[in-house]
Ligand binder design. Structure first.
Ligand code: AMP
Ligand code: MG
Length: 434
């Protein structure tokens, strides 16, 4: 078994006392083993689940060539009269969606077709109805030969999805359009990965659960609610283990029980420098855990590794472990920047980097090179479609209201220095993330 320390030393820029965000991401990514179990679920239940196998299209969609317009279907040979001429065709029947025309059509004839109707066997072109002139007895049509190109307005069989081709890939998180797409293939059940199970608890003698009185110096535990919500957004199974006091025996029992019952264990609090010592000692007995100081703000202290439900590393059931900082904003930043991708990988998904766009800062922002900062900002688009962003007031990692007020992270890169008013900055919008 490679230990985390052995592995980490090989990662570029590994410095446990000032670990760049990218280096931490590279390390934790390597520790993510996708869950192996697969289950079959009914189509509707597949929403937000991760496909366990490629979906190969069993049919062509659409199954037949069909008309893209309301109009008249005919043979392209009828256009060969020359551009200045008009084309005159006799109507020999009609085809509606679901009601094909079964007869034959020669070059002097056409079939009235509605959108989605099967193309009559001999026809390859459709002239839209608004481009034709109908005879008084509705028996024939006339239109300019250059009004329509040969082959126009015909949708080809298999144009949307071709039989035998992968319509969706394994690792895809099923979205609304995918449910419709699967239905269009006649697929009513799909194989998805088992949901990842994530246990979490808060640590701290000062924490009170909802319903308890707040005595002097105590605070309500908010991290468990933020974590619950962020995990639910990823459609994961959650196991809330409550508040655990800063006592080695209580902490050990909670961690070992969490490892026995979950794939991943998240805790908050107790990893900052002053508190880390006893946690560090404890985790060494049944875990392989590194304590990092991240070159990141907020979210500096972070513990990461593996723990086991047994009394020693390698004994009992394993779980991946993240000891997140205690400060409420730091928890969210560490979750999105370090934990989220790992949870998706372990769920069997193929995560894409969170999209960033650029905005003009309405204020100067203080920043030192050598750490990545995730400030909270309010972004808006002006009348010309340009994005502007204003940092929310306090950027303290304890001020959770700054997250609620904000609609984006202002991402200030590791090597970036101070930002002047009017300078461009990267932002990561919360919509779709939170
Ligand atoms: P710690 O990392 O344990 O030193 O905690 C840092 C700060 O975050 C302290 O002010 C804690 O009171 C606060 N904190 C820790 N855990 C929570 C929590 N679950 N909910 C709200 N605040 C917390
Ligand atoms: Mg604490």
């Amino acid at each position: 078994m490679t230990t985390l320390n052995e592995f980490s030393r090989c990662v570029a820029q590994y410095d446990p006392h000032a670990l760049p965000v990218a280096a931490a991401q590279a390390i934790v990514r390597q520790w993510a083993e996708p869950v192996a179990a697969v289950e079959r679920v009914a189509l509707r239940d597949a929403l937000d689940r991760v496909l366990a196998a490629d979906i190969v299209s069993p049919i062509d969609v659409p199954s037949h060539d069909n008309s893209a317009m309301d109009g008249y279907a005919f043979q392209r040979a009828a256009l060969a009269t020359g551009a200045s001429d008009s084309v005159h065709l006799t109507i020999v029947g009609k085809a509606l969606a679901g009601h094909p025309f079964a007869g034959r059509v020669d070059a002097s004839q056409c079939v009235r077709v509605m959108t989605g109707a099967c193309m009559p066997a001999d026809c390859d072109t459709v002239v839209p109805q608004e481009l034709v002139e109908c005879s008084a007895d509705s028996a024939s049509i006339r239109f300019a030969a250059d009004a329509v190109a040969a082959g126009a307005n015909r949708r080809r069989a298999g144009e949307d999805l071709a039989r035998g081709h992968a319509a969706l890939r394994a690792g895809r998180i099923v979205r609304a359009s995918d449910l419709g797409l699967l239905a269009s293939l006649g697929i009513g059940e799909v194989k998805v990965r088992r949901r990842l199970r994530v246990a979490f608890f808060s640590t701290g003698d000062e924490l009170r659960s909802l319903g308890e009185p707040l005595d002097p110096g105590s605070v309500y535990d908010s991290n468990r609610y933020t974590l619950f919500a962020m995990l639910r957004r990823l459609n994961l199974d959650t196991l809330d283990l409550g508040v655990v006091r800063d006592e080695p025996a209580a902490l050990e029992a909670a961690l070992r029980s969490a490892a026995a019952n979950a794939d991943v264990v998240l805790t908050s609090g107790g990893v900052s420098v002053g508190e880390a010592d006893f946690t560090k000692q404890l985790l060494q007995t049944f875990g392989d855990v590194a304590f990092w100081s991240m070159a990141m703000r907020p979210g500096r202290p972070l513990a990461f590794g593996r723990i086991w439900s047994g009394e020693r590393p390698g004994v009992g059931l394993p779980a991946l472990f993240f000891g997140l900082p205690g400060n409420p904003v730091a928890v969210m930043v560490a979750f999105y920047q370090i934990v989220r991708e790992v949870l998706l990988l372990m769920s069997g998904a193929t995560p894409r980097p969170l999209p960033t766009i650029h905005a003009t800062s309405r204020q100067a922002i203080r920043k030192h090179a050598g750490r990545t900062e995730f400030q909270r900002g309010v972004a808006e688009q002006d009348a010309h479609g340009q994005w502007h962003v204003t940092p929310t007031g306090s950027q303290s990692s304890g001020v959770l209201s700054s997250m609620s007020e904000a609609n984006c992270f202002i991402v200030l890169g590791h090597d970036e220095g101070a930002i002047a008013e009017g300078e461009r900055v990267a932002i990561m919008l919360f919509d779709g993330l939170i």
